[in-house]
Design a protein around this ligand. Sequence first.
Ligand code: HEM
Length: 424
Amino acid sequence: MTTPPVEQAPIRSATDVNLSDWNFWARSQEEREHAFRLLRELDRPAFFEEPEVTFAQTRGIGYHALVRHADILEASRNPEVFCSGDGGATSILDMPAELAEYFGSMINMDDPRHARLRRIVSRAFTPRMIKQFEADVDAAAVRIVDELLATGTGCDFVTEVAAKLPLKIICDMMGIPEKDYGFVFDRSNIILGASDPEYVSDRGGIAHALLTAGMELQQLVQDLAVHRLENPTDDLTSSLVNANIDGERLTAQELGSFFILLVVAGNETTRNAISYGMRLLTLNPGQKRLWLEDVEGRAAGAVEEIVRLAAPVNFMRRKVTRDHVMNGNLYRQGEKVVLYYWSANRDERVFDDPLRFDILRAPNPHVGFGGPGPHFCLGAHLARREITVMFRELLRRVPRIEAGEPERLFSSFINGIKHMRCDF
Ligand code: HEM
């Protein structure tokens, strides 16, 4: 993996697109849109060899790029055929055992193990429970905007606004004290931004950086867990360490990898949705005016539309457990499929004028939070609430805020914005 060149040959046809070439992910948003449109026009999903990365021992036989909405729905509904275990859902290459120790939580598992873990935490993420957090989310957003207004007339929107809310909320839910927020933020940046030289500058040291970040987060939760076992509170860590499902408790390793999944998934996704939302509102002043006319009433539609176009999680992958025909195409046992949510959210068969940002779009069956199935995003209610409240505060109190050009994360997995200048 190297830092990509700036100049690249134009993409003229689908055969010019190679999603396993790291340079592809350095292309502009417009070039990506064009490339995925070409892939969606193919009669059957393109097949790619697996990418080369420094931390994987062996490359598998390759993967089908599922880029159409219909294929992603079907694969998500059928986890017996398209499984998340057996190497994991969060990377195209099979995750090496030493990384699975830290990153092998339920997102990378199948039922019944997946269902058992999901049951333990899902109680903390129901709309009713999120309602109890509403006051905290409101107060945190108010404080972020207070601090923003106190800084003057401009900021790095990502670090000073978008990142702060999800970080505070997930840390509060887990019982992590404020003094450790920066520690958690830096480690979760490494875990999902390891391919970007800003977070891991030594290209040969990615595996080491991932392992260290995983180990450090695991240590943090284990220290907290020891304390919560004896002094339980109403935080999520207390319910996790004291959870007793069918006579079983979470092992220390399960607790650690669960915690890593929650802090990373909770932080690195909502932040990007808020940042992209800001950029979309700047580029579409008519839509911003529309939202300003009825901030509360139009929030739900606007938030879905932001998540559709931002698609902070670009893909998840599955492995094919047996030969299977889906939407007329054969998938063979042992092959992989990669579900490109970002592309499905732009599928012209489903979305009218898909690149248009339209906060009144209805229906809006985007798959930004994943497809229908057992792995549908556990934090969707929470994320929606955070995005809603953050924009409510911004639109009401800083309505003239405008975003500059985003500095994008170099990653094939996360559609991230690292920094974005804002003026108000
Ligand atoms: C805009 C924000 C978010 C986006 C776009 C997003 C996206 C996703 C996607 C696409 C999946 C599907 C994984 C799969 O099918 O394999 C997922 C799963 C998950 N998300 Fe989110 N997420 C967001 C916010 C959050 C938050 C705030 C949390 C927690 C605090 C969270 C926790 C999880 C967990 C634990 C899973 C795994 C569920 C399972 O395997 O059963 N997410 N998310």
